[in-house]
Ligand binder design. Structure first.
Ligand code: GLN
Length: 464
């Protein structure tokens, strides 16, 4: 803990951390030492990790990257934080030590970490470039070796895309696999927590502690016991040999993921990774996800709609920023929210309120929900022909900080390959696949059927 705290200080220029508190981290480390002295030897005990700043924590402030929550401190830990750390409610906790809170786009809205109210996080491979978003601080911290693992959240790609841009591994589990209790809400029907780490094995260790039902606190958490995702990672598939451990695995390649929209350097790195999967025994088959393009308009209606409702709670009354001067109650709401929310958040509240309003609900929100169903059906059909789906995570490598700042639409379009799995609630993973333009990392995306996390992690681990 001390060594990494020193490393975090030495790399402050990366902008990966929003909060550190040496005394709080060392107190947690001492507790882990005591558990070890009592004979406990769980794998994460005493391991320093850090949390995306959308997970509420008792020992550190939580801002969600927003001025609205500057200085806010939660009276409790998010379920995921408690399960990875000191535990709560009869759950022992894995004993990991929190090193601090990680930068992110404001309320997890963004793809470059450039929507953070507290300044950008930078890509360790090239500090002039974005680390991806919205979990940019998490991916940058892991890539720069400030922490061996971190939490992230993924609503439309925010674990997979920053992991790809920073050359690290990340997994977004099936919707509902991790509790959302204590996660600052963006779009509740899509938000999902997951780990970012150096390898599939490390992701498996972290996810084993994070996942599992939380029936009293998150009614959408799945009623399925926690599992040990590290089990069998080193074994060949049933019936396969050690030399070709993935024999029998059918990997579907959606034609829509390999079209003109994907840059040539990314395609080349992804194809090379897929050739390696073939050498490991997997078979590549062509599949189709015909509604891929519709994922963008559907997501950018559904997510802002839910966000506009979730963010209604920031009224300057109960918690969060309150304007210093105002004339009456309405003026207080208006000023507090105008001062507290950044431009992208305000844009999405406006879009969301519009698509939910009387007369437009049927034309936009309802249609988007219908498209969402069709996209889920596309996957069901594709999974009749394959066990996993593979493709790029993003159409390009990391772009320069500021490049898409004045053009939100171009950032939305870059989410094309991550949004379909999000809308369908499916688990998705980003695995380092090699390098593209400028020597920057490229991620291979693996998508599985519902609850196929262990299948994804196994394939990724064998590949790594
Ligand atoms: N880039 C997407 C957005 O801006 C996804 C963000 C996320 O997954 N939190 O909404």
């Amino acid at each position: 803990t001390q060594a990494l705290l020193q490393r975090v200080r030495a790399h402050e220029g990366l902008g990966a951390f929003l909060a550190v508190d040496e005394a709080a981290s060392l107190a947690q480390a001492r507790q882990a030492d005591e558990r070890r002295a009592r004979g406990e030897h769980t794998p994460l005990l005493g391991v320093p990790i850090a949390h995306k700043d959308v997970f509420v924590t008792r020992d550190f402030p939580t801002t969600a990257g927003s001025r609205m929550l500057a200085g806010y401190r939660s009276p409790f830990d998010a379920t995921v934080v408690a399960r990875l750390g000191g535990g709560a409610d009869g759950h022992p906790g894995a004993g990991a030590v929190t090193l601090g809170k990680l930068n992110c786009d404001e309320f997890a809205m963004g793809s470059g970490n450039d929507n953070s109210a507290f300044g950008p996080a930078r890509n360790p491979w090239d500090p002039a470039r974005v680390p991806g978003g919205s979990s940019g601080g998490s991916a940058a911290a892991v890539a720069a070796r400030l922490v061996p693992g971190a939490t992230g959240t993924d609503t439309g790609g925010s674990i997979r895309q920053p992991a790809a841009f920073c050359g690290v591994t990340g997994i977004k589990p099936t919707y509902g696999r991790c509790s959302r209790y204590g996660m600052v809400a963006y779009a509740s029907s899509l938000d999902q927590a997951g780990p970012i780490a150096r390898s599939a094995l490390d992701c498996a260790l972290l996810l084993s502690a994070m996942a599992g039902p939380d029936p009293d606190r998150d009614s959408t958490s799945l009623d399925r016991p926690a599992e040990d995702y590290t089990r069998g990672l080193d074994e060949p598939l049933p019936g396969a040999s050690a030399g070709r451990p993935l024999q029998g695995l059918r990997i579907g390649l959606p034609t829509e993921f390999f079209g003109a929209g994907c840059s040539a350097d990314v395609q080349a790195a992804v194809r090379a990774a897929l050739a390696e999967f073939e050498r490991l025994g997997a078979t590549l088959v062509d599949v189709s996800l015909p509604r891929t393009e519709l994922a963008i308009p559907a997501y950018y209606i559904i997510a802002p709609a839910e966000a506009s409702s979730n963010l209604g709670r920031y009224d300057g009354v109960r918690y969060g920023h309150r304007a210093a001067e105002y004339t009456d109650l309405l003026d207080m709401y208006r000023r507090s929210r105008s001062e507290g929310f950044g431009a992208e958040v305000q844009r999405r509240i406006l879009i969301g309120t519009y698509v939910l309003s009387h007369g437009y609900y049927d034309a936009y929100y309802l249609k988007a929900q219908q498209i969402r169903r069709l996209i889920a059906e596309d996957f069901l059909r594709a999974f009749e022909q394959c066990d996993l789906i593979a493709g790029p995570v993003a159409p390009t490598v990391a772009w320069a900080i500021g490049d898409k700042a004045d053009d939100p639409l171009s950032a939305y379009l870059a989410d094309i390959y991550t949004l379909p799995a999000s809308l369908a609630g499916l688990p998705g993973m980003s695995v380092p696949a090699g390098f593209g333009a400028g020597g920057l990392p490229v991620g291979l995306q693996l998508i599985g059927p519902h609850l196929a996390e262990s299948r994804l992690l196994h394939a990724a681990h064998q590949f790594q």
